[in-house]
Design a protein around this ligand. Structure first.
Ligand code: AMP
Ligand code: ZN
Length: 475
């Protein structure tokens, strides 16, 4: 039987115990990327925290099936169906076809997704694979009276619902109503401001590249419909957990629920997991802003992508996280020290199973406490300090890494291989000199820092300042 697991459910605005529909099993849906540009490190933060959720549920004994879409059609620059088509804008920018853009940025997305230690979802489905399913859903919504045709497009009629703003408190509902009135560019076809497009035929984008025949004319789907259809295609009429970033709550997830539950005639998903944003010092990181950081770029600058994962795990997923290179350097230094401590462990006999079980329970409980990843890392440090043998510590590092995915034992081994055959006395001297030099630099005593570098060189040791801290080698 799986262990107790709790996390914050946006739908009920509180931390709740997770109870799946089928004991021991989790069906999970994740909103995937819009592949008109690279995924930035903010997007990747969202996918790292979802990966931790998947693995923490696995650690608690659940069998998770996870589905993710790839948005390759229909997402306009405003989530409320106005502005430019994002895929078309990407194609124009790069003088390529929409499908070329989709393929290139899907591959780039997975390169970065994999590099930070994420496990791929069991099913990944591009929206353009599912057009017949979208058309069927729109037909059913029209039949049931939840949709209408106006000016050639098909719209969802939000006035047919008792409660459209499902995620919001009463105060937030009022604010959203004002916001929707003020912000949204007028679409005179809509009966209500919050109605949204299910299928476009009358498009202002005459050059829309991807179009399909439909009962309402040649056109293409609205953005929000894909997640309803793709989840039902692979997970059936119910899902346990739906994930996304906080920006997805309104209107995207609000619209997903409106459409899915009207189509199905029953509740669709009980638990909604939303992670907060990564911001840079000037504000929210956004793809449409143009210049942004990617995991591949961090790698080019010399950072290990798993250092970025470590940086994300150090803070709670529901809090905004501010990125800076100083903060990443700090994470790199801490990660380097952690790897070094793991590298010092020696296989020294049998694993103490009782101690191992005790720490594993603590680790599982930290994750089950609304995915408290920084506490989980603290427990890893507790293991390293614990009064038990190294074999038990190694077994626990290995066990925790099933969720943390920091590849700690492999990093430690690589570090050990690097320094094999080096006299331990010399190593201790070098490490001490590196520390003295760091202190001198901190005190802005650059003359002493330079003298220490020269002293090391004389002894045949070269040091290099890298993003991951100071590296050294014999010359
Ligand atoms: P997109 O490719 O724009 O559809 O976004 C992919 C995922 O990244 C979505 O789940 C968004 O909620 C999430 N996201 C967008 N911006 C950020 C950000 N600055 N920080 C964290 N996640 C983000
Ligand atoms: Zn979605």
């Amino acid at each position: 039987m799986a262990n107790k697991f709790t996390f914050y459910n946006t739908l009920n605005r509180k931390i709740e115990e997770f109870i799946p529909r089928e004991e021991g099993k989790v069906s999970m849906y994740t909103c995937g990327p819009t592949v008109y540009h690279y995924a930035h490190i903010g997007n990747i933060r969202t996918y790292i925290m979802q990966d931790v959720l998947v693995k923490a549920l696995g650690y608690a004994g659940y069998d998770v099936k996870r589905v993710m879409n790839i948005t390759d059609v229909g997402h306009l620059s405003s989530d409320a169906d106005t502005g430019e088509d994002k895929m078309l804008a990407g194609a124009k920018r790069e003088h390529k076809t929409v499908m070329e853009i989709a393929k290139f940025y899907t591959d780039a997305f997975f390169t970065d997704f994999d590099a930070v230690g994420n496990k791929r979802p069991d099913v990944v489905e591009p929206a353009t694979n599912c057009i017949p399913e979208f058309i069927h859903m729109v037909e059913v919504l029209l039949e049931k009276g939840f949709a209408y045709v106006a000016g050639g497009n098909v719209y969802f009629d939000t006035s047919k619902l008792d409660d459209y703003y499902v995620f919001s408190s009463d105060v937030e509902k009022e604010q959203l109503q004002v916001g929707v009135r003020d912000d949204v560019e007028e679409d005179t076809n809509k009966k209500n401001k919050t109605d949204f497009v299910l299928w476009f035929t009358k498009s202002k984008f005459e050059d829309q590249a991807l179009k399909w025949d439909s009962p309402w004319g040649v056109g293409y789907p609205g953005w929000h419909i894909e997640c309803s259809c793709i989840s039902m295609k692979h997970l059936g009429e119910y899902i346990d957990i739906h994930c996304g970033g906080v920006d997805n709550i309104f209107p995207h997830h609000t619209n997903e629920i409106a459409r899915s539950e009207s189509y199905l005639g029953h509740e669709w998903c009980k638990y909604w997991f939303h992670s907060n944003h990564l911001n840079d010092q000037s504000g929210k990181m956004s793809k449409s802003k143009g210049a942004f950081l990617t995991v591949s770029l961090l790698k080019e600058k010399g950072y290990d992508p798993l250092v970025y994962r470590f940086f994300c795990l150090q803070s709670h997923y529901r809090k905004p996280l501010v990125f800076s290179f100083e903060a990443l350097d700090q994470a790199a230094a801490t990660f380097g020290k952690l790897v070094k401590r793991v590298a010092e462990l020696k296989e020294d006999g049998a694993v103490d199973e009782a101690v191992k079980a005790e720490f594993e329970t603590k680790f599982r409980e930290a994750l089950s406490n609304d995915l408290n990843t920084s506490m989980a890392i603290t427990i890893l440090y507790d293991v390293l300090k614990a009064d038990t043998n190294d074999a038990t510590k190694i077994a626990l590092v290995d066990s925790f890494d099933k969720v943390l995915s920091l590849d700690l034992l492999a990093h430690a081994k690589a570090l050990g291989d690097d320094k094999k055959g080096i006299d331990p006395e010399l190593e201790a001297y070098v490490l001490d000199a590196i520390e003295r030099r760091a202190n001198a630099k901190k005190a802005k005593d650059f003359a002493t820092a330079d003298a220490i570098r020269a002293e090391l060189l004389e002894k045949g040791v070269e040091i290099k300042d890298t993003r991951e801290g100071v590296k050294w080698q014999l010359i």
